[in-house]
Design a protein around this ligand. Structure first.
Ligand code: AMP
Ligand code: MG
Length: 318
């Protein structure tokens, strides 16, 4: 299959309307979409990514009215969160409408819904005229793509179309909040922080830490994720990173002997670190680095989502 590159959201939407898949930019990472009400089209997402069929997809909408086609009911807390954070990098888990195909939800009786705020994503989703089921547009297990080139590297030849946009703004995936429980609970930390959620719904619970029962509620979190082919090694201080031409480093502070590393990225803030992380993973791997040292950050604010991704990608700890 040849993969067509386009800059036109309307051209890309024509593939969705024909029952095919399209990769498209959002403010978090690039997604690989298909018509959420076409089980055959959605099946092609799993095939292209090599995604386990027990990992449900987030459904993307252009318009609040589409929530009623996807959810059997909308709890009050979900309404408050939508008022504040739609459009934006927040996914809400809601009771599934019976019309939503079970391939989308991996057989669960709930459905994840998100409304992106990226202008090209909004134009694309409006032109599709249907909710679009879309996980991140990477091969399963790999770092999420933050550029269209990263999508092409992973899925070129496996999908019919990529809608090109720039580097994604957040660089990390959406925050996933389960609104089918009282109180609502964060299943996956992401671009919207727990503090921001609690400012509008004070009872929101933080993510479960490690417990298998809780993890089973968000099937995606039990799979190994976000890993480049290079070894990812977490360090507390830059001095713990071992210099070497085939070693890369990313963190908030510069390592001693900075020039002895193959690649170094010093980030001025946790936001900049989150924005750069997956890009640095892929660029380091392309440059032939065999180990990527990543400095830990405090587990608060956006640091919670960043540490979640670092822990999942890591194969070693110093
Ligand atoms: P991705 O789009 O690749 O970042 O993956 C979507 C994430 O949302 C995964 O972690 C899924 O497990 C999670 N997710 C999607 N739908 C649901 C759902 N109905 N219930 C719980 N988690 C979900
Ligand atoms: Mg993903």
């Amino acid at each position: 299959m040849t993969t067509r590159l386009t800059d036109s959201p309307e051209d890309a939407a024509a593939y969705i309307r024909r029952g095919q898949t399209v990769a498209f930019p959002t403010e978090t990472v690039y997604g690989l979409g298909a018509d959420a009400f076409d089980p055959h089209a959605v099946q092609q997402i799993f095939a292209a990514k090599g995604r386990p069929s027990d990992n449900p997809l987030i459904v993307h909408i252009a318009d609040r009215a589409q929530v009623d086609d996807l959810a059997a009911s909308v709890p009050d807390a979900a309404r408050v969160l939508m008022d504040r954070f739609f459009p934006g990098p927040l996914t809400l888990i809601l009771p599934r409408h019976p019309d939503v195909p079970s391939v989308v939800t991996a057989g669960l009786d709930t459905v994840g819904v998100r409304m992106p705020d990226h202008p090209a994503a909004q134009r694309f989703l409006a032109a599709c005229g249907t909710p679009v089921a879309a996980p991140s547009a990477n091969r399963s297990g790999r770092p999420s793509p933050t550029t269209w080139q990263a999508v092409r590297d992973d899925l070129g030849g496996r999908i019919p179309c990529i809608l090109r946009g720039g580097r994604t703004r957040a660089g990390l995936e959406s925050t996933v909040v389960d609104c089918t429980t009282a109180p609502p609970a964060v299943l996956r930390p992401g671009a919207i922080t727990l503090d921001a959620l609690r400012a509008v719904v004070p009872s929101v619970q933080g993510p479960a830490t490690g417990d298998d029962d809780d993890r089973a509620r968000s099937p995606g979190t039990k799979h190994r994720h976000y890993a480049p082919s290079a070894r990812v090694c977490l360090v507390d201080t830059p001095a713990d990173a071992v210099p070497g031409a085939a070693h890369a480093y990313i963190g908030l502070e510069a390592p001693p002997e900075r020039n002895a590393f193959g690649r170094v990225r010093v980030c001025p803030s946790v936001e900049a670190y989150a924005h750069a992380l997956f890009h640095v993973f892929r660029a380091s791997e392309a440059a032939g680095c065999t180990t990527i040292y990543c400095q830990r950050v405090p587990d608060t604010g956006l640091g919670e989502a960043l540490m979640d991704r670092l822990r999942r990608a890591a194969s070693a700890t110093v």
